[in-house]
Design a protein around this ligand. Structure first.
Ligand code: FES
Length: 162
C-alpha cells in the first residue's frame, strides 16, 4: 500500500468504477433533468392560464330597486371574508368588484363626483365600470365580480381572479 504514489492514496478510484457513471451518462442525466424541469415550468404556466378564472357560487345579493342609479351597495363575496361592492350604473346595468385595492389591500370606495373607485391609502384610482387602473401605485385592475339582474334581483355569479 505504501508503494502507491501519493495521488493514488488521495484519489483511490479504480478505472472500473468509472463505468458506474460515464461522462456520456452524466450528460444524459443533465439533459433529462433539464428537460423535466423545462417541461414542469411549461406545465405550470399552462395550468395557470387554463385554470378556472371564476371563484364563488351564484347567489342573490340585493333587490335591484334597493340600489339607486349611481348608488352603491356593500356585500361579501365569494365568502364572508371578502368585501365587495356593486355600483348601479343605469336603470338596468350593475357592475361589481372586490373592495380590496390590488396594491396593498386597502378598501376602495366609490367617488361619484370623480366617477371612479378610490383607494385612500396611496391615492390609487380605478375606472368606475371596468375597474381598470387610472392612477396611483396599483398595477392590476380591481377583481371583477360577474353580476346579473334576474327578475328584479341582482345576482353575483363569480369573481374573476386577477
Ligand atoms: S393600498 Fe390602495 S393604493 Fe396602496
Amino acid at each position: 500500500m505504501n508503494d502507491q504514489p501519493g495521488w493514488k492514496r488521495d484519489f483511490p478510484y479504480e478505472a472500473a468504477a468509472e463505468d458506474e457513471v460515464t461522462r456520456r451518462e452524466f450528460a444524459r442525466y443533465l439533459v433529462l433533468g433539464s428537460g423535466a424541469m423545462a417541461f414542469g415550468a411549461v406545465g405550470m404556466a399552462a395550468w395557470t392560464q387554463l385554470r378556472s378564472i371564476n371563484v364563488g357560487e351564484p347567489r342573490e345579493v340585493v333587490a335591484l330597486d334597493e340600489v339607486a342609479v349611481g348608488g352603491t351597495f356593500l356585500f361579501r363575496y365569494p365568502t364572508a371574508a371578502d368585501p365587495a361592492v356593486l355600483l348601479r350604473t343605469s336603470e338596468d346595468d350593475v357592475v361589481a368588484f372586490s373592495q380590496k385595492c390590488t396594491h396593498l389591500g386597502c378598501v376602495v370606495f366609490f367617488q361619484a363626483d370623480e366617477d371612479r373607485w378610490h383607494c385612500p391609502c396611496h391615492e390609487g384610482n380605478f375606472d368606475a365600470t371596468t375597474g381598470a387602473v387610472l392612477s396611483g401605485p396599483p398595477t392590476r385592475p380591481l377583481g371583477k365580480i360577474e353580476v346579473e339582474v334576474r327578475n328584479g334581483t341582482i345576482w353575483a355569479l363569480g369573481r374573476e381572479e386577477s
